[in-house]
Write a protein that binds this ligand. Structure first.
Ligand SMILES: Nc1ncnc2c1ncn2[C@@H]1O[C@H](COP(=O)(O)OP(=O)(O)OP(=O)(O)O)[C@@H](O)[C@H]1O
Ligand SMILES: [Mg+2]
Length: 280
C-alpha cells in the first residue's frame, strides 16, 4: 500500500464522515410512487421544542401547526434564532420535538424507532445543504446516483436522464467536485436529492454559499422540479429574492408562525422581514 500523507488521510476522514452521513440518510429501497397534488405531504401539529432547563430554557418552537401541500414550493423565513432550522430538522425527522407530532406521507414519524425513521428518511426525504456535501472522490454522475448505490439499487434510466438534463450537467458527468464551480456542485446536489423521487425535498439555505447568478440557477432548478416533476420543496432562506420564487412564504418569529402567505414579491418579503426584526 502507498504511504498516505497527513493531507490525504485528513481528506479520507472527511470523505468517510460525509459518506456515513449520506449512508444514514439513504440505505435501501427508494420509492417511485406518483403523488397527486393538493394533498398534505407533511403535517405538523402542536410542535414545540425547548432546549435547556430552568432559567436557561429556550423555547425554539412554540405550539406550531403547519401543513405542506404536495407539489408546492414553500420558503421558511424569519430572523436569526426564530426557529427555522429547528422546525426543518424536526419535520425531516433529524430531531425530536419536545411536544407535538409530525407525519410525512401519512406516516407519523415522531413515533418511529430509529431504524424505521432512517428507512423513512431514505425513502421519502431529500436534502440539499448549504455546503453541497458532495463526495470529493466520486464523479458528478457517481454523486448523483449515490443514494441509489448505497441502497444497492439501479437508477431508472429514463428518470436519471431526465434529472441530469434538468440540472444541465450532461457534459460534466465525469468531473469530480473540485473540477466543478460552486453552482455546478450545488446542481449535482439537487440532482442527488431528486434521483430517489422523495415525497419532500428540504433545502437549508441552498444558495447561502453561492453568488447571486449561480444561486439563481439553483433556485430556477428547484422551481422547475416543482413545476415539471411535481416535487414538494421546503426551503429555509434569508434571501427575499430566493423566497420570491416560492408559492408560499412562512415567517417565523420567536418559535411561532407570525405570517403565512401565498406568493409574495421580493419587496413585500423584504418589508415583512424588516418589520419582524423589530423587537416587540
Ligand atoms: N442545540 C441547541 N441548544 C440550545 N439552544 C439551541 C440549540 N439549537 C438551537 N437553539 C436555540 O433555539 C433557537 C432557535 O434556533 P434555530 O437554529 O432554529 O434558529 P434559526 O431560525 O435557524 O436561526 P438562523 O437564521 O440563525 O439559522 C435559538 O434561540 C437557538 O439559540
Ligand atoms: Mg438556522
Amino acid at each position: 500500500m502507498q504511504p498516505t500523507t497527513t493531507r490525504e488521510s485528513e481528506s479520507l476522514v472527511e470523505e468517510r464522515d460525509a459518506l456515513a452521513q449520506l449512508e444514514r440518510q439513504f440505505t435501501g429501497e427508494s420509492r417511485f410512487a406518483e403523488r397527486p397534488e393538493g394533498r398534505a405531504v407533511v403535517t405538523a401539529r402542536g410542535l414545540s421544542r425547548t432546549y435547556g432547563k430552568g432559567d436557561a430554557k429556550v423555547h425554539a418552537l412554540r405550539d406550531v401547526d403547519i401543513d405542506f401541500t404536495a407539489g408546492r414550493l414553500t420558503a421558511i423565513m424569519g430572523p436569526s434564532g426564530s426557529g427555522k432550522s429547528t422546525l426543518m430538522h424536526i419535520l425531516a425527522g433529524l430531531d425530536q420535538p419536545t411536544g407535538g407530532r409530525v407525519a410525512i406521507d401519512g406516516v407519523e414519524i415522531t413515533r418511529l424507532k430509529e431504524k424505521k425513521l432512517t428507512q423513512l428518511r431514505r425513502d421519502k426525504i431529500g436534502f440539499i445543504f448549504q455546503s453541497f456535501n458532495l463526495l470529493a472522490t466520486l464523479t458528478a454522475d457517481e454523486n448523483i446516483v449515490l443514494p441509489l448505490s448505497l441502497a444497492r439499487r439501479r437508477a431508472d434510466e429514463g428518470w436519471r436522464r431526465a434529472v441530469i438534463e434538468a440540472v444541465g450537467l450532461q457534459d460534466r458527468l465525469t468531473h469530480r467536485p473540485a473540477e466543478l464551480s460552486g453552482g455546478q456542485q450545488q446542481r449535482v446536489a439537487v440532482a442527488r436529492a431528486l434521483i430517489t423521487r422523495p415525497a419532500v425535498l428540504f433545502a437549508d439555505e441552498p444558495t447561502g454559499n453561492l453568488d447571486s447568478r449561480t444561486g439563481g440557477e439553483v433556485l430556477d432548478l428547484l422551481r422547475r422540479s416543482v413545476d415539471e416533476f411535481g416535487q414538494t420543496v421546503i426551503m429555509v432562506t434569508h434571501d427575499a429574492g430566493a423566497a420570491s420564487i416560492a408559492d408560499r412564504v412562512v415567517f417565523l418569529k420567536d418559535g411561532r408562525i407570525e405570517l403565512d402567505e401565498d406568493r409574495m414579491t421580493r419587496d413585500a418579503i423584504y418589508d415583512t422581514i424588516k418589520n419582524l426584526e423589530v423587537p416587540r
